[in-house]
Design a protein around this ligand. Structure first.
Ligand code: GH3
Ligand code: MG
Ligand code: MG
Ligand code: MG
Ligand code: MG
Length: 305
């Protein structure tokens, strides 16, 4: 079992927010040896720093001019890129009502002023470890353990998301279904372990060709991968897929059991749709799958629409 703790060299980043500079100084003194620190006396600026720097944890005062800490916390917790950042209130407001409200808006802890440095350090350490583990589990839930590319769950979510995004923007959505040729024979001839290594290499080659942030390559199952290219025309998708096919062939992994080549190859079926609200991406998947079947039937190691 993998050790669920960060490397000793891992340097966490904290944001300290308090309208009184003296309070920031006290917290900074308690924490700056172990952590990289951002600080601000202003709630709106705190939100900007959270979005830009993605700190691992926020220490947040409640009573501040402009927007108070409760509202800052609410907005951190509702922002798509900031919602997983733990917030600890550090405040002179120690009534149970304030504490309940703070926890209700999403804070993980509540520390009373005046602070005790050792207590702050211990609580910060605990929450950073929990945050680090939660991040790790989130990543692991979306990544294929063998090849390191996205897994099917990640792909299904991304496909649903891009289907909606493209139906709003009017963009096309391109899919390529990729299947390793004669892979059963590869396993039979070279062994299952060599088969695993082969899948890792194929995944690396495929991933190496993606250019834009929204492009995604995922392991869809067994020896099957899927590639999603938002905004691609059929011609562009054909070019990209020809690049994927050729990259795998160029890896020159010997395959004595293949009837279509001396090396490992893939067949690719492609399809493009213009997503519309209320329609499901299943039709696009089926269309790419039919093209893949045709690519297999017509000799393998090729791209077909
Ligand atoms: P085709 O060209 O028609 O695609 O033939 P194929 O042999 O590749 O297709 P088939 O579906 O008959 O066999 C797929 C093989 O992939 C069978 C299975 O043992 C192997 N496989 C699936 N997942 C893994 C894996 O994680 N590791 C290894 N080593 N092999 C796998
Ligand atoms: Mg204050
Ligand atoms: Mg098959
Ligand atoms: Mg196959
Ligand atoms: Mg297959």
């Amino acid at each position: 079992m993998r050790d669920l703790t960060p490397d000793a060299s891992h340097r966490f980043r904290l944001l300290i927010v308090d309208d009184q500079p003296i309070n920031i100084r006290v917290l900074h003194e308690a924490l700056s040896v172990d952590y990289e620190i951002f600080m601000t006396t202003n709630g709106l600026q705190a939100l900007e720093i959270c979005a830009r720097e993605r700190p691992d944890l926020v220490l947040l005062d409640i009573e501040m001019p402009d927007i108070d800490g409760i509202e800052v916390c609410r907005r951190i917790k509702s922002g798509e890129v900031t919602k997983n950042i733990p917030v600890l209130f550090v405040t002179g407001h120690t009534s149970p009502e304030q504490e309940a409200l703070g926890l209700e808006v999403g804070a993980v802890d509540f520390i009373a002023k005046p602070i005790h440095p050792a207590v702050v350090r211990a609580r910060v350490r605990t929450h950073l470890l929990l945050k680090w583990q939660a991040d790790l589990l989130r990543r692991m839930a979306l990544i294929d353990g063998l090849t390191g590319v996205a897994n099917r769950r990640c792909f299904d979510d991304a496909l649903d998301l891009e289907w909606r995004v493209c139906s709003r923007s009017g963009e096309s959505l391109g899919l390529a279904m990729i299947d390793v040729d004669y892979f059963k024979r590869f396993n039979d001839q070279y062994g299952h372990q060599a088969g695993d290594t082969c899948l890792k290499t194929v995944a690396q080659k495929l991933r190496g060709l993606l250019r834009r942030p929204r492009d995604l390559i995922a392991r869809y199952g067994g020896e099957e991968f899927v590639c999603m290219i938002p905004g691609a025309s059929l011609d562009a998708l054909r070019d990209i897929s020809e690049g994927l096919r050729s990259a795998v062939e160029s890896a020159m992994i010997p395959h004595g059991g293949s009837d279509c080549s001396d090396v490992v190859t893939v067949s690719i079926g492609i399809a493009v749709a213009y997503p519309r609200f209320g329609e499901s991406p299943d039709v696009l998947m089926q269309s790419a799958d039919r093209s893949l079947y045709a690519a297999k039937q017509s000799g393998r190691n090729r791209v077909l629409a």
